[in-house]
Design a protein around this ligand. Structure first.
Ligand code: C2O
Ligand code: CU
Length: 521
């Protein structure tokens, strides 16, 4: 297997490809078109006074019940619709939500047991549903042209304005779709969200996102904190118009994409956790499991607890995008790019009763430097949990066995975001990896791009020819690629032949064409 198609496209980028990654990249001929590093996005200010912090109680999304179950599978039904929500005190916000809620209901699957979800939509626009982190066959993967919607959605009117969106003829729109998930994968924190061609940014922003947790025996045997001590935390920044509606800088005329000043990404000034602004959670002096998800369109987070307990290392990472780590990893702070998940334990008994512990964002400023807080309750809470030294036996992909190395350059051109110089075009594949074989994929960029692969997770093997970063441990499906960096990952796609996506998970970049297909065979 060679990376021939990639190389051919690389003629103009030979400098970057040949010199390697990172620092060398900055010396490449690409330098003339580099963007200034810095925030991956532009702040859109709310037009209403921001609500007071730490007033709302942390909501926990309801767990969805199956409509039926049989020997091998659980069946669910979800309808995406508009609904009115009270996200901010004194204001109504229209959300586009799964079952009308933001976040959508949480789906829980057991590893190895099929989950079948019938999605319907009553939204003004069609939608595609992707299970992020799912090991999913192509026909249920939420391909951006496999749409669910009501009759009367005119796809051509919808995409008429953008030549870059060639291939729309292939769109198929059905009143409902059955997404079949085999769930042949380990326990992990997945999430499902909209993936509509050209409109993922505004549609996720309006609320089309929910948790999908996979559980298995290995994880259950660890006796991790559960029930009221397991908190899924969907963190997302949003901005609001004066009337309380979500503000998003869409283009006129229902065209896909975002207004030019926001091409780097849309940043909001209200931090929502599970849909509530800067909420507060009351906790016992006990271990808690926090499933952290960055569901922002573009904002990167650096999460820390304030105050730190004496001795530091308050955030004990036990899992990454793709499930349990080998052993716990202690952090004082954790960087999360959009779509990344960190499964973290916190021992609140390290704080005296009555402490207010803030979850802060060290990359934010003003209101976005705060996320939520935990009020630590009095004594007397029973806690049997002991942190195990080993969590899981994690298979290592061996880079020495790689049958191909492919390089993907993430860059901006005059009008959109590109991968290897190309904006997304449905049906055109940039790579054709063989199932069951290890490959090395290199993601190179001059800017911030959270790079995400569908179908299977990967392992980061290096950054800028050095070691992986401190947040790269374990199986990942999204990796935070930073300006002037090259990140190398080992990946092996398994089981399902077909057409899958890789893309930047900054949703404005994704909608503005930073997406590509690969085919597995
Ligand atoms: Cu979370 Cu292709 O996306
Ligand atoms: Cu990007």
């Amino acid at each position: 297997m060679s990376a021939r198609p990639t190389r051919r496209r690389f003629l103009g980028l030979g400098g970057a490809a040949a010199l390697g990654l990172g620092g060398a990249f900055a010396a490449s001929p690409l330098i003339g078109r580099l963007l200034p590093p810095g925030e991956p996005g532009k702040l859109l200010r709310s037009s209403l006074p921001l609500p007071a912090r730490h007033q709302a109680e942390l909501p926990i999304p309801a767990v969805l019940k199956p409509v039926r179950s049989d020997a091998g599978a659980d069946y669910y039904e979800i309808t995406a619709r508009r609904a009115t929500a009270r996200l901010l005190p004194g204001h109504d916000t229209e959300v586009w939500g799964y079952q009308g809620t933001f976040p959508g209901p949480t789906v829980e699957s057991r590893s190895g047991r099929r989950t079948v979800i019938t999605h319907r939509s009553e939204l003004p626009r069609p939608t595609a549903v992707h299970l992020h982190g799912g090991h999913t066959p192509q026909d249920s993967d939420g391909y951006p042209l496999d749409l669910v919607g009501t009759a009367g959605h005119d796809m051509h009117a919808m995409h008429g304005g953008m030549e870059g969106m060639a291939g729309m003829d292939a769109a198929s729109i059905l009143p409902q779709r059955e997404y079949r998930y085999p769930m042949k994968q380990r326990a992990a924190t997945l999430w499902y969200h909209d993936h509509t061609m050209g409109f993922t940014g505004p549609q996720v922003y309006r609320g089309l996102a929910g948790f999908h947790l996979v559980r298995d025996e290995e994880e259950a045997a660890l006796g991790l904190p559960h029930g009221a001590r397991e908190l899924p935390l969907m963190i997302a920044d949003r901005s609001f118009a004066a009337d309380g509606s979500f503000a998003y800088p869409e283009l006129d005329g229902g065209r896909p994409g975002v207004q030019e000043p926001y091409m780097n990404g849309v940043l909001g000034d209200v931090m929502l956790v599970n849909g509530a602004p800067w909420p507060v959670a009351r906790v016992d002096r006990a271990w808690y499991r926090l499933r952290l998800l960055n569901a922002a369109n573009a904002r990167r987070l650096r999460l820390a607890l304030d105050p730190q307990p004496s001795g530091g290392g308050a955030l004990v990472q036990i899992g990454s995008d793709g499930g349990l780590l080998e052993r716990p990893l202690r952090h004082d702070s954790i960087d999360l790019a959009p779509a990344e998940r960190f499964d973290v334990l916190v021992d609140f008994s390290r704080y005296p009763a009555g402490t207010r512990v803030r979850l802060v964002n060290r990359l934010g400023s003003g209101p976005t430097a705060e996320v939520m807080c935990f009020d630590v309750g009095g004594d007397g809470a029973a806690d049997e949990f002991r942190l195990p030294e080993r969590l899981s036996a994690v298979e290592r992909l061996d880079p020495a066995k790689a049958v191909a190395t492919r390089t993907f350059v993430f860059q901006k051109d005059d009008r959109h975001w590109t991968i290897n110089g190309e904006g997304y075009r449905p049906g055109r594949a940039l790579a054709a990896p063989r199932l069951g074989q290890v490959e090395i994929w290199r993601f190179v960029t001059d800017f911030h791009h959270p790079v995400h692969l569908h179908l299977d997770p990967f392992q980061v093997i290096g950054r800028n020819n050095g070691d992986p970063g401190r947040y790269d441990t374990g199986w990942k499906d999204t990796v935070d690629v930073l300006p002037a960096q090259g990140v190398e990952v080992a990946v092996r796609f398994n089981d399902y032949a077909g057409r899958f996506l890789m893309h930047c998970h900054n949703l404005e970049h994704e909608d503005m064409a930073m997406m590509a297909e690969f085919t597995t065979e």
